[in-house]
Design a protein around this ligand. Sequence first.
Ligand SMILES: Cc1ncc(COP(=O)(O)O)c(C=O)c1O
Length: 490
Amino acid sequence: MFILFSGTLCQKSALKYQSTHVPEMPPCDFTPEEYKGMSKDQMMQIRQQNCNPMTMKVTSYKRPVFIHQGHMQWLWDVDGKRYLDLFAGVATVSVGHCHPRVTEAAVRQLKKLWHTTNIYVYPPIHEYCEKLASYLPDPLKVIYLTNSGSEANDLAMLMARLYTGNFDIITFRNSYHGGSPQTMGLTSNAAYKYPVPSGLGCTNTMCPDVFRGIWGGSHCRDSPVQTIRECSCPQGCCVANENYIGQLKDTFATSVPSQIAAFFAEPIQGVGGAVQYPKNYLKEAYKLVRERGGVCIADEVQTGFGRTGSHFWGFQGHGVIPDIVTMAKGIGNGFPMGAVVTTPEIAASFAKAVHFNTFGGNPVACTVASAVLDTITTEGIQQNSLEVGTYLLTQLAKLRDTYEIIGDVRGKGLQIGVEMVKDKTSREPLPVHAVGEIFEDIKDMGVLIGKGGLFGQTFRIQPPMCITLEDADFFLAVFNKALFKYMERR
Ligand SMILES: Cc1ncc(COP(=O)(O)O)c(C=O)c1O
């Protein structure tokens, strides 16, 4: 038997399920097609011989999942086993796999016109740009469509530099903004960096991580769950925020010229492990950046489209309006697409030369993305994110109070991180092999989640936003059992 974390935080009795009880997987009335394709062995052989080795390197699990079909929050493997998908192909399937309304729109457009480009005028791009602009506050009304998040961030860097006439861009350590040669400079995680000249002019500043960072307390963040750290700040003051802003000021003083081009931040870090900053950090940082001639860029690739529940865009939760917003992933529910949205003034700088993009704004992509927006609105997807996400967060906090190896539970809506530690006192990351065992066990019990953080120590829950409370309960029982089994083995 393992020793449960003891003390005032221990609330084991509050858990809904016994440590080893897992209820039936919630029902699903969809029947997938029978799989008749190539064998698993053959796929692995091709993966090893004909796919770039990177494909193997990023493959999740010792015993990988061979996915055959998807429907809403469900995936089926080639053997017909059903999984509850709580990672959405890395936070991308926003409204549900093969959502009927979105699929129907795609099929309709595929029968009409697959491709044309911006050199002609065609309805879907205009219908979509007008619709997307209506979801953004003034003056963010000018849109440029891309094929991916990296491409959107590349172009945001370019626009910021052209508009300001400055070159330097600041991002947070522990951030991920893409893998293209330019965005590799924004990304601040060694695992994603190649030893080549990249990201000239990019500087990283301290990530104001109120759990793992130097400062943080029990009132810092905008989440239903606070850290387990003590807080002695007087009412209305956040010392952690002041100290982290002090670090940003140090970066301004030491590492960049007096005038900069931009500051890039995700409203809640995604790949970084759902890291949240102190509540007023972005507001104060934006002011300091603008004083130095820079523009403020919100990378909404993971947090956009209602995922954080309280707002449609993550930046709205920080009470700021960026100068440029980049988006991808959930924009197309898995259809390859991205966007850069900015003000008319900043957009004008892009017209200084010619930028041509064959696929950006493709008619099928625009039609799909338009159906995604309609679905989010008509099906109350943002509200569902808020309700199911808040439930998950508060229940996960009970697991954190039960298990010594859960250091932190955080996030908003369906952008959730569960940071695993050796113990709560040291906050040292739980070793990779231990995280891997729990991760594999959860998958074997039928639930797919993600991993993130500098040390791969944070479980990420970013499902299609159509999941139900029943699905949440099923996952909580599975997670509880996986943790219990790990603690027994340890
Ligand atoms: C926050 C963020 N920005 C940008 C990107 C890059 O997007 P893409 O993989 O579409 O190039 C990602 C991808 O994970 C991301 O999470």
